[in-house]
Design a protein around this ligand. Structure first.
Ligand SMILES: *Cc1c(COP(=O)(O)O)cnc(C)c1O
Length: 472
């Protein structure tokens, strides 16, 4: 490639790595940062400028290539690299179990227990009574059985792992009968048929997308059938001309043909939401009572605990699953265990659980309470006395999220904000890049913050962000 005279001139202006390094290293702010870290980023930045000159993609002025401009670019870049990537943010989307925003917030008690246990030695795998090696899971197995009514329990890394290890243990190289209407895909490439393949089980689809009958299962059973599987269609709903086989009927078929029945509940809950005026969601206790042999669900969806996959069911099957070497690969760490134990303890008293577990509290929060919080935020914003900004309380619908209760629209309150001279997209972008980031949504060209998922102590942070966008 021919290098023009202009390009050669620009390349000569471009400072060398050592020169920039010398300037940066002399600055107090960067004194303690390892030379290798600085050198690496300086080299990358200078190389990027070099490429821009060579391919002429962007007209660069001599001023832009001067040492001071490049040093400033390096300063900004290094600061960004050194600040944490994972940061807390304000969820004003109204989606309670928001998979992209960290799913469930832990209860205060779970956070305290997790903090204590992670900073100190513990009896993680030590039986204090016997003075010998103990089981990592003893802390949560008992309480899971107590709450669910199951004979046995096991906890793995997440529900995807739970489904995988159950299928691998119970039905490897055997057929698993599932309704076509339940071949779920959830976000992040978890698809029942793919997990089935990975587990070595053979998928046997029965029925149609909208209708599956008991005889469809029965007709599919043959000597190589290993399991009947029911998957809770947690993130979608088939409506209209539909028919599905209840867990109870499936348990009946299992008994008739001496086959185990498994249910993947996905978003498992111990609380019957219909008692609190929400839509019915099957509870773990009901599935256990109905007689499913194995039930799997998430720890951080409707349960409101840490990321985990919980398996409850018949002791005979659970013992086999526990002995599967895959179990070791999916095991939970002590922080998960600590947070999970504390979360589960709260369920001993359901009244306490709905007050103390943020996921439940936010889901069940009455509109009147949300409205008060919303009015407070609205007043804070109005007190800024900014004529360029209009703020109004608006009616919105929150969502449960996390692939649960897909049809549920929770009436909620939010604020709609407009700013003279700024589009709703510009406001959204600014709020998202604030510290802490504030995530809202745009509806009918209006920027909206749903306060259901905003914590009280975050209201002033939102006010502050708007003060900054208005006053620079
Ligand atoms: C969410 C979900 C899973 C996966 O659970 P994770 O805890 O995210 O691994 C599996 N099955 C169903 C039906 C789900 O809804």
């Amino acid at each position: 490639m021919e290098i023009s005279e202009d390009q050669q001139k620009l390349l000569r202006i471009l400072p060398g790595v050592d020169r920039v390094l010398g300037i940066i290293q002399a600055e107090n702010e960067f004194k303690t940062i390892p030379r290798a870290v600085l050198t690496r980023h300086i080299r990358l930045i200078i190389e990027a400028f070099r490429q821009q000159i060579l391919n002429g993609s962007q007209k660069l002025s001599e001023q832009e290539l001067s040492g001071s401009f490049i040093v400033e670019t390096v300063r900004r870049k290094i600061k960004k690299v050194l600040s944490p990537h994972l940061v807390p943010l304000i969820n004003a989307t109204g989606v309670v179990v928001h998979t992209n925003l960290g799913r469930s917030l832990l209860s205060r008690r779970a956070i305290e227990n997790l903090t204590t246990v992670s900073g100190q030695y513990s009896n993680l795998e030590f039986d204090l009574e016997k003075g010998q090696r103990g089981s990592r899971y003893s802390a949560v197995e008992d309480i899971l059985c107590e709450i669910s009514g199951a004979e046995a329990a096991l906890v793995v890394n997440n529900n995807a792992g739970a489904v995988l290890i159950c299928l691998e243990t119970i039905a490897r190289q055997q057929e698993v009968v599932v309704s076509r209407g339940e071949l779920v895909e959830i976000g992040g490439s978890f698809r029942i048929p793919d997990v089935m393949t990975k587990s070595g089980a053979i998928l046997k689809e029965v029925g149609t997308t909208n209708r599956t009958h008991k005889h469809d299962y029965i007709n599919a059973i043959n000597p190589n059938t290993g399991l009947l599987l029911k998957v809770h269609t947690s993130n979608y709903s088939v409506v209209g001309f539909t028919a599905s086989v209840s867990l109870k009927e499936l348990v009946g078929v299992g008994a008739m043909y001496n086959l185990p029945v498994m249910e993947d509940l996905g978003s498992g809950t111990f609380i019957d939401f219909s008692n609190y005026g929400l839509m019915k969601e099957p509870t773990v206790q009901e599935s256990v009572a109905t007689g499913a042999d194995v039930i799997t669900f998430s720890g951080d969806k409707l349960l409101g605990g840490p990321q985990a996959g919980i398996i409850v069911g018949k002791k005979e099957l659970l013992d086999k699953i526990k002995k599967n070497p895959v179990n070791r690969a999916l095991r939970i760490d002590k922080m998960t265990l600590a947070a999970l134990e504390s979360t589960l303890c709260l369920y001993r008293n359901p009244q306490e659980a709905v007050q103390e577990i943020p996921t439940l509290k936010m889901l069940l929060q009455p509109v009147s309470v949300i409205e008060k919080k919303c009015n407070r935020l609205c007043q804070l914003m109005k007190d800024l006395n900014e004529t360029a900004m209009t703020v109004n309380v608006v009616d919105v619908n929150s969502r449960a999220g996390g692939g649960s209760l897909p049809l549920l629209k929770l009436p909620s309150k939010g604020i709609g904000v407009t700013i003279k001279g700024k589009t709703s997209n510009e406001i959204e972008h600014f709020m998202r890049n604030n510290y802490p980031p504030i995530i809202g949504r745009i509806e009918n060209d209006l920027f909206i913050l749903d306060v259901r998922t905003v914590q009280s102590e975050e209201l002033t942070l939102i006010e502050c962000a708007f003060k900054t966008i208005l006053r620079g």
